[in-house]
Structures are given as C-alpha cells and as structure tokens.
Design a protein around this ligand. Structure first.
Ligand code: FE
Length: 201
C-alpha cells in the first residue's frame, strides 16, 4: 500500500504564502511563483488520486487550497480524453503547471470589430512545463487536453479565489457570458494532519 506523500504540496503552499507576503509586482510574483510551481510539478508523486479523477462529460477543477485572505488559490485541473474549455478569461494572474499528460493552450485577442481571433501559435504543455497568465497582457484563451485517449492533469495557481471570481466565457464573435466557476471538489485535501507522515506500509 502506498502512503500518500502530500508533504510537497504543503511545502509549496508555505513557500507560496511567503511569496505573496512580499511586496512583489505581478511580473515578479509570476516569475518566482512559476519557479515554485515548476518544482512542484516536476514530480508526479504527491497528488491524492481523488483530485485526479476525470468526469466523463467535462473537465474537473478540484480545489487543493485557497489562501484564507484570497491572495491565491491552487486547483487541480483534470482533463478527460478529448475534453476542452470554452474560450474564457481569468481577470487575475495565473500559473499553469503540467503534472501529467499534456494540454494545449491557444490565446485569443479581440479584433477591432470586437470578434476574437487566435493570437500566436498554440502552446503545448508537457509535464514540468509552466505557463503564465497576466490579465493586463493577454487573458483570454482556450485550453484542451492534448490527448484524445488519456487523462491529463495540470496544477493551476491563481491570484485570487478563482472559484469565486466573476469572469467570462466568449463565443468566437466576441459575445461575452459572465460566469463564476466554483469548484468540482466535494472534499478538501487533508494537508494539515501530520500523524500519517513518515509511515510506510
Ligand atoms: Fe484558463
């Protein structure tokens, strides 16, 4: 029987809490936070399986942690085979770290007529890769599972309680629909119980 090693997540959350206490601007937070997230997703041995379960019909967003002061939140995104998001925005900064499988992110930009067109080439994230979202630079994208036949998992960090942020999904003609995503998770990870650490078997 494998003992869950959730300690890397707890250490990441401690480091990230220290980071958001610093007087960094958004660019510095993304740079330093991206390094922390990159180190976290370099190993795929810490995410409890309940937060890696796909849904047959749509992608899942499991809350792993929300800072009590809403300075950041951490979510596991689980892509079933072939699943994708609508075109959407975030309105807070974000970091996407690929843990398992792969995903494709395509940025979109508003055109003079108000419609949305792809901006730049799609980016493919592989395990260990980190992508940054800066709402004042480019905030609109569509993300899809790279694989049509297997599950992919990425770990997202946002500069707010993302499940409660009022933001938008977009039709290709630019029509905007406000949404609040909430979370898929019925449970939260028990990251604070140290009694089961350092026990194997
Ligand atoms: Fe997104």
């Amino acid at each position: 029987m494998t003992t869950l090693q959730v300690a890397p997540l707890r250490a990441f959350l401690a480091d990230f809490t220290r980071l958001v206490q610093e007087p960094y601007d958004q660019a510095q937070t993304l740079t330093r936070g991206g390094q922390l997230l990159g180190a976290l997703v370099r190993n795929d041995d810490w995410l409890p399986e309940v937060f890696a379960q796909p849904h047959p019909a749509h992608y899942q967003q499991y809350l792993l942690y929300a800072d009590p002061l809403s300075r950041f939140s951490v979510v596991s995104f689980v892509w079933g085979a072939g699943q994708k998001t609508p075109i959407h925005d975030h309105r807070v900064w974000g970091l996407i770290g690929m843990l398992r499988g792969a995903e494709i992110s395509q940025n979109y930009a508003h055109q003079p007529d108000g419609s949305l067109q792809p901006e730049g080439d799609p980016v493919t994230l592989r395990p260990g890769d980190v992508e940054k979202i800066a709402p004042d630079v480019l905030d609109i994208h569509q993300v899809s599972n790279f694989y049509s036949d297997q599950v992919s998992v990425s770990i997202h960090v946002y500069g707010g309680n993302i499940g409660a942020v009022s933001r938008a999904v977009y039709a290709p003609d630019g029509t905007e629909t406000t949404f609040i995503s909430g979370y898929s998770s019925p449970f939260l990870p028990n990251i604070w119980d140290l009694s089961k650490e350092n026990h194997h078997g």
